[in-house]
Write a protein that binds this ligand. Sequence first.
Ligand SMILES: Cc1ncc(COP(=O)(O)O)c(C=O)c1O
Length: 476
Amino acid sequence: MYKSEQLALNIRQLIENGAWKPHSKLPSLREQSHMSGYSLMTVLNAYQELEAQGLVYAKQKSGFYVAEHFNSQPVHTASSLSLNSNIQMNSLVFRYLKSIQSETVCPLGSAFPNAELLFNAKLMQILAQHAKRKSSYFSHDHMPPGHNELRKIIANRYCLQGIPTHADDIVITSGALDALNLSLQALTKPGDFILLQETIFYGAWQAAERLGLQVITIPEHPVSGFDIASFEQALKQYPIKVCWLMLNSHNPIGFSVRHEIKQRIAELLEEYQVYLIEDDVYQELYYGAQKPLPMKYFDKTQRVLHCSSFSKTLGAAVRVGWVYAGQFSNAIQHLQLMSTVSASPLLQNSLVDFLSHHHYEKHVRLLRSQLEKHKKVFYQQLKQRLNPACKIHYYSSGYFLWVELPINLDGYAVYQALIQQQIGIAPSQLFRSEHVKQNFIRLNCSFAWTAEIEHAVTVLAEVIQQHITAHEQLEI
Ligand SMILES: Cc1ncc(COP(=O)(O)O)c(C=O)c1O
């Protein structure tokens, strides 16, 4: 972790603990430098990082102050467990994905990062070389559990994070969604109880709907993102078999959960004998110097199936994923042989070459810095353009911003108005099971600030303003 990040984290904790109240002034740069022993530049970087996160604001010639909404405004409003036994999400997701599919739609609603940042010429060169080799077409690596060398490389990457792993623990899949679906299917039967976060990637809802599962949800925690008390209560109250969670770079909200909370989750999984399917598809897209640890790191009793892929770093064209399946490797391979079999051997062979020569590390390093740069520009631009009643939740990873509209507004209505103008955004109804009015939208901020993007964001701000005005008139 950089010194400025460490300092920003310390200050964040003070604000979270309520030690510094909204609108109280932070120590001046000089005072903070004196107190902490860090240089003025480090302190300035830390304050600017906190400003970008929306935790503090700067007043000209006066200094930095704690932001109003941070202490008082939860990420989400609901706050109890809920049982969802009749999920109906597939049709909504299908209609939504079709609506944003055309190239003429501005992709602020897309789940994929800007393809221009993902394209890698070296990988394409390696792919072309493999495409010319006969051996690429007659290999047995298309059969589960997938290419042995690729599994060894992935296992090694876990070992480097301090997670003891053998190639046999890994099963290669056709992307992360395949890994997640296969894991859930291997661990459940229809009617079983599973636990999800209240706001979560729609793939989890679709899988639960398809497999006929009963879903208990826990609310997001206003500050840490993960409500450990509700999690414990849910495990106590319901016969939950499996949890499906995102704890790093959460989609759609963006938070990453602290290590102490992950440690506690692992203890509770063991105490209640529950399995966890961990969706860690954005694991490489952190901004600091340190990759956040997955839940798998804290899993001493083999209860976590960790799923990820290369789709968010190399693009949909390289849709190869994997699951750290451990003891469930055979069960998952059985299911694969009845469904998706494995990822393309051509892609698996090419990835082995690409990964073993450090091209991947170089690629993701550049990707991370570009995503961070673009997201910061979006954040600043949105702050200038959106009505101040909108709150932008900024987290230091990935490429999504989670925007909270004024309470009476409906994210879905805003989406409908925008899609007619060929602008896509993702309303929160895609990520929560109840189809009621909800005032959140997710924006994909992985794009450079071009005239097209500027136009789309300007129209977004205008549409939101029109909805705010319409509501104000209704209330008169
Ligand atoms: C949170 C999350 N998990 C899983 C996936 C699926 O990843 P893949 O494309 O590798 O199947 C996505 C894709 O958008 C996602 O956003």
